[in-house]
Design a protein around this ligand. Structure first.
Ligand code: B12
Length: 501
């Protein structure tokens, strides 16, 4: 039996379970391939681990998963592409098997990353079907160049990127048998499940359409519930969904929630998700709560109608307040995420957003400054229309020799002044419900990249979404704002209540 080695290259702490590896391994194993997973999340020295394991496996093909190109957090702007190159080199030193890269981050920059990291192939978009096809063709010694989503170099050395193909229906392996999910719960506070891919929203800055396509492709609710059960059987009963927005489309969200509740999973598993401000109703909130949802992070972006329109959001600020109220009515903890600095943002729109969010009274709120500019988005086209990036007063981060926006580049409208972070901190005015823009202090901001405060809290037994853990930590140290929703993590955990100490 031929074996495919799958490498998780993500070593950020706290660790996030490499769900992609599970789904890819499921597809390969179902077709008769052996699968060996090399998880760089936990080892001390990933390159050594990769060399040691690959030498023992002697694989047909090596797949390396690249989730984040950078931390998308200004001013940190940590960039992970060079590290991927080092890991590919380690794999190359240990095996002559072809190496293929893929992943969410990879799919945003397929050509650039293939050209930089030294892999033989890349696959952009969904990985299950094309990776299987690649493995089969490599095994048979066939030409691979027609595989949808494949990125490769032609005879002349030019990089060619085939467009990805997305089937209407989405079905992936719910087995969850290839990674140590229980360890991810212990060290990363949660497990994960994906219910759909693709996003039809028209936000001007978002990379999701590039990596996942623009049509929502939904898994059957029964398959999703089966995956919840598989994780619960491993003791993993606190989850985060991996959908860009759980409630798009709304009928699928309702059907999924109803199926989870029908199987009694609402009493056995607690989960969090991202959701869109609209469509969101009290009925959906109640159905989600009955299905075990205890926390929602809404990517609200703004609570100034002018900025919402600029960012391509179809709702208005009153809808933001309504979404918070619906969560409150259902007993779901709620976070609102603001994205400050888009085209036209000024002190008055930032103040309007922050003041409105204070009045809407979520349990906590994020106030990130700087909108990451991704190629292929409307924001990127707008930036290009402003001329060369060097000298553009609206750009921060990698502003030289970065015309393809590969290294982390952020839009921060010049009207926010020279110290936009300090301005936003002033507007927040010590309201402890807010996470500050990159403050350098992980108890104040919410960059989850190498966040020692979070990792230590999880080691002490905290569980749940990272924002929920951080807000609970603040409540414990008496630093919280108004009393908010209590996330009850006790059910299904043998009566222990790790989240609430
Ligand atoms: C849910 C989520 C979170 C949750 C995760 C919760 C959890 N327990 O899983 C939380 C809130 C913790 C989170 C944190 C962060 N996230 Co996040 N997250 C997401 C989200 C919405 C889903 C990711 C996911 O798991 N998808 C499901 C899996 C199955 O999809 P996938 O990984 O893409 O894999 C498929 C393909 O890519 C491919 N594939 C994957 N690997 C491989 C390998 C091979 C060989 C092949 C062939 C194919 C292949 O096949 C897979 C199956 O089809 C994405 C956006 C999105 N819609 O995907 C952002 C996203 C991945 N996150 C992002 C970022 C920046 C972060 C943070 C760095 C933010 C921060 N500074 O704190 C942290 C990093 C945390 C970490 N340790 O890695 C960015 C990355 C952008 C970039 N430039 O790379 C994204 C794309 C959001 C965005 N648009 O900005 N995130």
């Amino acid at each position: 039996m031929d074996t495919i080695a799958l490498i998780n290259s993500n070593d950020m702490k706290p660790p996030v379970a490499p769900i992609a590896i599970e789904y890819l391994a499921g597809a390969l194993a179902a077709a008769g391939f052996g699968v060996e997973v090399i998880d760089c999340s936990f080892g001390e020295d990933p390159a050594t681990e990769i060399r040691r394991r690959l030498a023992a496996i002697d694989p047909l093909l090596v797949g390396i998963s690249f989730r984040n190109t950078d931390d998308c957090f200004w001013p940190s702007g940590a960039w992970f592409v060079p590290r991927l190159g080092a890991l590919v080199a380690a794999a190359r030193a240990a095996t002559s098997a072809p190496i293929v890269a893929g992943g969410c981050g990879f799919s945003i920059y397929p050509r650039e990353i293939l050209e930089t990291c030294g892999a033989d192939f890349g696959i952009a978009g969904d990985g299950e079907a094309p990776l299987l096809e690649l493995a089969q063709r490599v095994a048979r010694g066939e030409d691979c160049r027609t595989i949808p989503g494949l990125v490769y170099r032609d005879e002349a050395g030019r990089t060619v990127a085939n467009p990805p193909e997305y089937a209407d229906a989405l079905s992936v392996s719910p087995a969850r048998a290839w990674i140590d999910n229980a360890r991810y719960l212990r060290e990363g506070a949660m497990g994960n499940v994906e219910t759909k891919r693709g996003c039809p929203a028209a936000c001007i800055y978002c990379a999701d359409p590039l990596a996942k396509g623009v049509r929502a492709r939904c898994r059957p609710p029964g398959e999703i519930a089966g995956e919840f059960e598989a994780l619960a059987a491993q003791g993993v009963d606190v989850l985060h969904l991996c959908d860009a927005e759980f409630n798009l489309p709304m009928p699928h969200a309702l059907a999924t929630a109803e199926e989870l509740a029908r199987r009694g999973l609402g009493r056995r598993v607690r989960w969090y998700c991202y959701a869109a401000i609209q469509p969101f109703t009290e009925q959906l909130a109640h159905a989600m709560r009955a299905a075990g949802c205890i926390g929602i992070n809404f990517g609200a972006d703004s609570a100034c109608d002018r900025m919402l329109a600029v960012l391509g959001r179809a709702y208005r600020k009153e809808d933001v307040a309504a979404a918070v109220a619906a969560c409150r009515a259902a007993g779901i903890a709620v976070m609102l995420d603001l994205l400050i600095g888009g085209p036209g943002e000024d002190e008055s729109s930032a103040r309007e957003s922050i003041e409105f969010v204070k009045r809407a009274a979520p349990d906590c709120a994020g106030a990130a400054v700087g909108v990451r500019v991704y190629p292929g988005t409307r924001l990127a086209a707008f930036v290009r229309s402003q001329g060369p990036i060097a000298g553009n007063p609206n750009l921060r981060g990698a502003v030289t020799e970065n015309e393809n926006f590969f290294r982390p580049l952020f839009y921060v409208d010049w009207k926010l002044g020279p110290e936009p972070g300090a301005l936003v901190a002033r507007l927040i005015d010590r309201d402890a419900r807010f996470f500050q823009p990159a403050a350098g202090d992980p108890t104040l901001d919410y960059n989850y990249n190498m966040n020692d405060v979070l990792a230590a809290a999880i080691a002490r037994g905290e569980r749940g979404a990272f924002w929920d853990i951080l807000r609970r930590l603040r409540a414990k140290t008496g630093d919280a704002g108004k009393p908010g929703t209590v996330t009850d993590l006790s059910v299904g955990m043998g009566g222990r209540s790790p989240g609430l100490g």
